[in-house]
Write a protein that binds this ligand. Sequence first.
Ligand code: ADP
Ligand code: MG
Length: 274
Amino acid sequence: MTEKQNTKTAIIELNGVTKEYCLNQTFFSKGDSCIIAMNNINLKIQKGEIFGLVGQSGSGKTTLGRLLVKLEEPTKGIIKLNGMPINKLQGKKLKEFRSKVQMIFQDPYQSLNPHLSIAQTIVEPLIVNKIGNNRTRREKVIETLEIVGLSPGEEFYHRYPHQLSGGQRQRVAVARAIILGPEFIVADEPTSMMDATIAIQLFQLLLDIRKKFKMTILFITHNLAAARYMCNQIAVIHNGVIVETGMADIVIQDPQHAYTRKLIQAQPGFNFKK
Ligand code: ADP
Ligand code: MG
């Protein structure tokens, strides 16, 4: 590693982050039934990377994503964006954070409001942040639709989610996520509801927009082959603990942890090649 890489500030840093979910808490049984979804996680994501978080269902991947975009708060530990803790952000600083960090969810059927048109869905962040006027917002939405491959943009503008395929819906979610020009995107198993050819097209879109807008992406997946196709670095998560991190190719070719080896054996279909 060069000195320059050594001194680079990570865009995202987790220090000792733990998340517990405590169910059925009452005054008398506080903490009785708690699940530790993430246990003392330390992680750094460098600017410009596509970082893969790989693990089986229930391993804590979505929880980690939700903490990074502040949909939830950690039970313990510090999360930093560009070296600044995000835990206590409020008011203007919180709004600024929300425009820099976005999440694309696993299921575009659930994440898009069926009562909002595509235009209303995508324009919302511009309205919330008081950016532009009706004319410039319309132009921006159409431009963004075309960037995500929904072209011509005018054709999709007035449609509703039920008039789109699953792949197209996820592209709408990508458009909404990138319209404010975020620095960091969490993509949580964005293709798990699609078949393989549509999934590969969406992977390509994510790779293209990362390059075009110089964004950093946390790519969450249960599929090591997809992680290898997409990512520079990966972390393998098991029961809320990161068991292994490293360059994607190296971790997959020479896994050090028994759980990583088990994951590789469980997924023999390594049919993605760079
Ligand atoms: P993954 O995305 O890897 O499938 P999750 O982060 O969704 O895993 O879940 C990790 C663990 O935390 C699971 O045991 C899950 O049941 C639990 N969990 C997640 N969200 C909640 C919640 N809101 N309340 C209680 N338990 C939760
Ligand atoms: Mg999940």
